[in-house]
Structures are given as structure tokens and as C-alpha cells.
Design a protein around this ligand. Structure first.
Ligand code: DMJ
Length: 598
């Protein structure tokens, strides 16, 4: 074979690294261009267009989804592409039925034009309210008895897995030794801060504090859920600030609060569910046009606290407007449907009424806001009392056999009663007890005790001693000896390490001093120890009905650290003085915030 004669090639080499090839003054560019083959010209244009595109995308504000604010956010940007914005989290990591992006009502997304209101904010300069003085650091002395020590061991075990395999990410996956990203905000770290502080875990707290200072940033172009970020991150930061007096937490809270404010830029002032902290834009969820009622009404403690702490009233003004708006809406004997439209400001007609997902903390925050503001805002108390009366009239039912009290749901236009209760509803006894302590009707305590007993039963009847996500109740007497009070469908048999019942046990113990509540909590703690503990932490499980087949889900929600373990620790505080409930009010994620005089 003859060697190829390269001197007679029918192309010229295109070396873009050699400027001489193109810029030699002796050869005209035009001639060179004409000598190029079509292929070479295409390559040339391709390179030029690519370069322009890269330039365009690197310019600030050039894109919505791909821009990365700085190199350190690369992982977040990558994950943002893996988890579609506002869509449901993939099944294997879906852990929170309230947060699943599968919208009731069909999923048809109504595109509404973006509304730019005349800013429903207060001009901070006009109101001369000084910020609170920096709080003194609270002092905690660590676990005082064997049960508290066991809880701290559980915390440290779980935390160790998180540090090792998921540091800086939202959640640890303790079995596969990986992590799960939801908002890319280090949720577990921020949710854990005050728990560690209260448990006296100084080294762990210092490590987390350093991460907050160096790595917690909010400028990533990514949609987050307003409610979840408010209760977990804003609440976690503010609580850490009030307990420790460390200003870094407040600085981060202010930045976050500012970035969430665009969510309130709607016609009605009722916020959108989703807000992009990077671009500061907000919208309704991808799965439907409405926000969840509990979500828009359970952000007030945190935004108000931010205002009171900084002396900047605009945060409180925005959320107070939402509460006032909802107060003025027509209700069903104090009960609210679970969806509300941010633009019309109206409830979705005939949406479900429930004390479970999407309804629960509406009632909780009526009471807690009233407590937070020194019991001075009457309509909040009145709406809360009306809500409890409405529950007793329309939702409270009893099982046929043992007359266990539960809170049913009302479904659809016909308002049919569904004898089903989410585990989420088991927060209510604690809230009722808090209300009675603050002077509300003493019958609420009877209600609280009965519901506590039922929630305890949802644990007792399971071989794992852990409650399922949802329980159904038998209300018709069949006359059969074997009739059960409650049953669980296989799709509802999971346990996500949720805190609600432990939270209620803590309040019941705190206000009554009845050690039975501590004993019940200890039994449940053993359930978690026996069935959710693995080498690298604790995981949600898919099945509480069979101790030999619990189907571990490989996921630790941040509320395990922020709430469940904190409430266990407080429940086992024999002195009942660790956190004074006349000075502090816990937000919906278990973060204590100070009570004000007005
Ligand atoms: C937490 O994020 C909060 O307690 C919220 O109010 C309800 N759901 C989870 C815990 O189950």
C-alpha cells in the first residue's frame, strides 16, 4: 500500500489554538474561509455558537434551571434535575404523605399569569420597633437519667451515620450509606441544632454551627416548599439563635426570610406553596392550582419571631395578613377544607376536611400564635375554640367495640364521614393540653386524654409497638366477638419515625405529671430501638404489622432528629423544667420560640 500523500490533502487543518492560522496579516481571512470545506465551516459555526451559549448561560439571570451560583452548589444543581420541581419524590424516598406532590383534584395545572401586587409589605423604616436584645445563652446539663441517656445514645447513633454518609445533605439513607436531597439545605443539620443544644451535645452542636456558618447558603436556583422550609429551616435557625445567643443563626434566618417573601406576592396575600430562593420567584405547586390550608397557616410563628427579633415588621405583616384573611373566610363550624387558592384567596369547594395531612397544623397554629402573642389576639383563640367545637360536632367518632374516640374525615361535596385517622392527628392532644393550661375550656383536657388513649392503642395493637401512618376504625357493631376496633391497610402500614404522638405524650406528661405517659413513651421508644435501628442509624419502615417483615425504607427524615428524639428527651425529663412552656412555644417542627407579651 502506498503511503498517503499528505501534501495533497483536500482539506486544510483547522487549529483554533494557533492564532497564526487565522490572523496572519499576509493571508486574508476571506481566502482561508473559502478554502475550508463545508464540514470545516460547520465545525467552525458549531464552536462559535457553543461559545456564545456558554457565555449567555454564565451571565447572571440568564437561565432559570441550570445556573449555578458558585462552584460549591454543583451537587444541588445536579440533584435539582434528578428530582423534578414540585413533583412527587420518587417512591423509594417518599416519606411524608403531606408532602407528596400528587395533588388531589386531578393534577390539571392551571397556568395563571404571574401577579405583581403593590407589595403587601410594611415599610420597615416607618415603624420604629427596636430589635430584641441578643438573648443570653441557655444552659443545659445533658441527660439526667437512664431513659434520657438512652435517647441521647439514639441521637448520637443516628447523627454518626448522617455525618459519615450524608454530611451537608438533607437526609441520610442509613442502610445504603447514602443521602437524599430534597431542598439542598442540609435539613438534618438545621433541624438538629436545638435538639443537640438541649441535649448538651456541645461538640456536635459546634460542628453543625460551623457548617451553618460556612456552607448554608440560600442562593441556589431551586424551588422549595415554603411551609417545610419555614418550619424546619427558619424555625430551626431561630430556635438555635434564641437558645445559644449566637448571631450567625439570626443572620442566616434573615437571609432566608427575605428570600421567601416573594411567596406572598399573590392577589390575596395567601402565599404560593413553592418559592425559588435563588431567583426569588414563587408559584403554585406543579400538581395543582391550590396551596394546602395547613401550610399557609403554619408559618406565622416563625415569620413573626423573625420580625420581633430583628425589628423588621414586614415578615410578621405578611403572615398576619394570611391569618386575618383565613379568619374572614366562611368555615364549616370552625373547620376548614384542606386547599386554598393563593390568587382568589378562597377555599377549594368541598375539599376534604381532616385533622390529618394538609389540615392539621391550621388548628395548632391558631392556638400557638395566640400563646406566642401573650394571649392578646382574640380572634385566634376564638377560631381555635370554634375549630375544636366543630371537631366535636362533626368529626369525633367512637369505635363500636371499645368506644375508642377518634377523629374522622369528611370527604367531598357530600361530606361523607370516613372512619380514618392519620398518625399526624396524634399531635392534637398536646395542643389541647396546651390550650387548657392557657385557660381554655377544661373539657378539652378530657378530649385530649381520650385521644391520647386511642393513639396509644394504634401502637399497642401492632407487634412492633409502632403506629402505622393511617388507621381505620370500625364504627358499626357487627355483633361478632372477634370484631376489632381498628385495622390498617397494607398501603398505610408504614412508619416514618414521626413525632406526633411522642409530642403529645410530652405535653400530657408536662401538664399532668402522670407517669403513665412516660411509661407509654418508653414502650414506643423500645419499638423504635427494636425495629428501626440499623448499623448506621434509624430508618423509616414500610410495615409495622409484622416484626419479621418490617421492610426498612432506608431513610431518616430530619424530623427524627428535630422532633421525635427531642420530644422523647423532654418526655423523660423527670423535673418537667427543661423548657418552660410559659416562656417558650414549640413550632410545628419542635423548635422552641420565645413567647411575647403581645
Ligand atoms: C413535621 O415536619 C412537622 O411536625 C409537620 O407539622 C408535620 N409533619 C412532620 C412530622 O411528621
Amino acid at each position: 500500500m502506498l503511503p498517503r500523500d499528505t501534501s495533497k490533502t483536500d482539506y486544510i487543518s483547522l487549529n483554533i489554538n494557533d492564532p497564526g492560522t487565522y490572523l496572519k496579516p499576509s493571508r486574508s481571512l476571506w481566502r482561508q474561509w473559502n478554502q475550508m470545506s463545508r464540514f470545516q465551516r460547520n465545525v467552525f459555526w458549531f464552536l462559535v455558537i457553543t461559545a456564545l451559549l456558554i457565555l449567555f448561560y454564565l451571565l447572571p439571570g440568564g437561565t432559570k434551571n441550570v445556573i449555578i451560583d458558585d462552584g460549591s452548589d454543583y451537587v444541588n444543581a445536579k440533584v435539582a434535575q434528578e428530582i423534578p420541581k414540585g413533583d412527587s419524590i420518587p417512591e423509594e424516598v417518599v416519606v411524608d404523605s403531606e408532602n407528596q406532590g400528587v395533588g388531589p383534584g386531578g393534577g390539571e395545572v392551571i397556568e395563571e399569569p404571574e401577579f405583581q401586587p403593590e407589595i403587601n409589605q410594611v415599610d420597615d423604616d416607618q415603624i420604629n420597633e427596636p430589635p430584641q436584645p441578643k438573648p443570653n445563652a441557655m444552659v443545659f446539663h445533658g441527660p439526667q437519667n437512664d431513659r434520657q441517656k438512652a435517647v441521647v445514645r439514639a441521637f448520637k447513633h443516628s447523627w454518626a451515620g448522617y455525618v459519615k454518609f450524608a454530611w451537608g445533605h438533607d437526609n441520610v439513607k442509613p442502610i445504603s450509606r447514602g443521602y437524599h436531597e430534597w431542598f439542598g439545605l442540609g435539613l438534618t443539620i438545621v433541624d438538629s441544632l436545638d435538639t443537640m443544644y438541649i441535649m448538651g451535645l456541645k461538640e456536635e452542636f459546634a460542628q453543625a454551627r460551623a457548617w451553618v456558618e460556612e456552607s448554608l447558603v440560600f442562593h441556589t436556583n431551586r424551588d422549595v416548599n415554603l411551609f417545610e422550609v419555614t418550619i424546619r429551616v427558619l424555625g430551626g435557625l431561630l430556635s438555635a439563635y434564641h437558645l445559644s445567643g449566637d448571631k450567625i443563626f439570626l443572620e442566616k434566618a434573615i437571609d432566608l426570610g427575605d428570600r421567601m417573601m416573594p411567596a406572598f406576592s399573590t392577589r390575596s396575600g395567601v402565599p404560593y406553596s413553592d418559592v425559588n430562593l435563588g431567583t426569588k420567584s414563587a408559584h403554585h405547586p406543579k400538581w395543582g392550582p391550590d396551596s394546602s390550608t395547613s401550610e399557609v397557616t403554619s408559618i406565622q410563628l416563625e415569620f413573626r419571631d423573625l420580625s420581633r427579633t430583628t425589628g423588621q415588621p414586614r415578615f410578621e405583616a405578611a403572615v398576619a395578613k394570611v391569618s386575618e384573611h383565613v379568619h374572614n373566610l366562611e368555615k364549616y363550624d370552625g373547620l376548614v377544607p384542606i386547599f386554598i387558592n393563593a390568587n382568589t384567596g378562597l377555599f377549594r369547594e368541598y375539599a376534604t376536611i381532616t385533622l390529618g395531612a394538609r389540615g392539621d397544623s391550621y388548628y395548632e397554629y391558631l392556638l400557638k400564635q395566640w400563646v406566642q402573642t401573650g394571649r392578646t389576639i382574640d380572634y385566634l383563640r376564638d377560631d381555635y375554640v370554634a375549630g375544636i367545637q366543630g371537631m366535636q360536632k362533626h368529626l369525633v367518632r367512637r369505635t363500636a367495640k371499645n368506644k375508642f374516640l377518634f377523629i374522622a374525615e369528611l370527604i367531598g361535596a357530600s361530606r361523607d364521614m370516613k372512619p380514618k385517622m392519620d398518625h399526624l392527628t396524634c399531635y392534637l392532644p398536646g395542643t389541647l393540653a396546651l390550650g387548657v393550661h392557657n385557660g381554655l375550656p377544661s373539657e378539652h383536657m378530657d378530649f385530649a386524654k381520650e385521644l391520647t388513649r386511642t393513639c396509644y392503642q394504634t401502637h399497642v395493637i401492632q407487634p412492633t409497638f409502632l403506629a402505622p401512618e393511617i388507621t381505620y376504625f370500625n364504627v358499626q357493631d357487627t355483633g361478632e366477638e372477634s370484631q376489632m376496633d381498628m385495622y390498617v391497610k397494607s398501603t398505610d402500614a408504614h412508619n416514618l419515625l414521626r413525632p406526633e404522638f411522642i409530642e403529645s405524650l410530652f405535653y400530657m406528661w408536662y401538664f399532668t405529671g402522670n407517669k403513665t405517659y412516660q411509661a407509654w413513651g418508653w414502650q414506643i421508644f423500645q419499638g423504635f430501638e427494636n425495629h428501626t435501628k440499623f448499623e448506621n442509624g434509624y430508618t423509616s419502615i414500610g410495615n409495622v404489622r409484622n416484626r419479621n417483615n418490617t421492610r426498612p425504607r432506608d431513610m431518616t427524615e430530619s424530623f427524627w432528629f428535630g422532633e421525635t428524639l427531642k420530644y422523647f428527651y423532654l418526655l423523660f425529663d423527670d423535673t418537667r423544667q427543661l423548657v418552660d412552656l410559659d416562656r417558650w412555644v414549640f413550632n410545628s417542627e419542635g423548635h422552641p420560640l420565645p413567647i411575647h407579651e403581645s
